[in-house]
Design a protein around this ligand. Structure first.
Ligand code: FES
Length: 185
């Protein structure tokens, strides 16, 4: 155990203040407030090693073979926010509603969605994959949603087949208009 008299001596020897030695001994769990006790030799050696380590940088292995507490390992880098793979996911903004003409529509190729406005203020969403042989629909013209592959046409009002060879209607997609933008819901 360590005592005050020996602390002063060690501080002098190590070229630090008594306060620093006290604090180090307390960290090491070796200091007791008894003026009559002394710092035992093994404790003094540990203290020297511990306090000299930072000063001269001589990284001697300790008698215990323990690892010198060096700089704390760098914390794991926070995982970068992975960019989400956007697609036709719910809530995805498609674009400005003003781009969708009354009596027409817009095909959003990336989201594979077609949004029409059959009458003013009424927006309808459909899957933009042709139900015939899975071509991406080409355009919205002449009051119909058109496929360029084999000429199928669909209603802008309900996605039903207006002209074969498609036989199945376009599956509906839920869309909403808010803040002037149309989004999938
Ligand atoms: S894939 Fe569209 S009409 Fe054939």
């Amino acid at each position: 155990m360590a005592g005050k008299a020996r602390v002063h001596e060690l501080a002098k020897e190590l070229g630090v203040t008594s306060k620093q030695v006290l604090s180090k001994l307390q960290d090491m769990g070796e200091y007791v407030k008894s003026p009559s006790s002394t710092v035992e030799a093994p404790v003094a050696r540990k203290l020297r090693e511990s306090m000299a380590g930072g000063a001269n940088g001589a990284a001697k292995p300790t008698s215990r073979g323990g690892r010198r507490p060096s700089a704390a390992p760098a914390p794991a880098a926070p995982a970068a926010a992975a960019p989400s793979r956007t697609g036709a996911r719910a809530g995805a903004p498609l674009g400005p509603a003003s781009a969708i003409p009354v009596g027409g529509g817009v095909i959003y190729e990336k989201a594979k969605v077609v949004v029409t406005q059959p009458t003013a203020g009424v927006y309808k969403g459909f899957d933009a994959t042709c139900t015939h042989q899975k071509c991406l629909l080409a355009d919205v013209q002449g009051g119909t949603i058109n496929c360029a592959c084999h000429g199928a046409k669909y209603s802008i009002t309900d996605g039903s087949v207006v002209k074969p060879p498609a036989t199945e209607p376009l599956p509906p997609r839920k869309v909403t208009v808010a803040g002037g933008n149309v989004s999938l819901t």
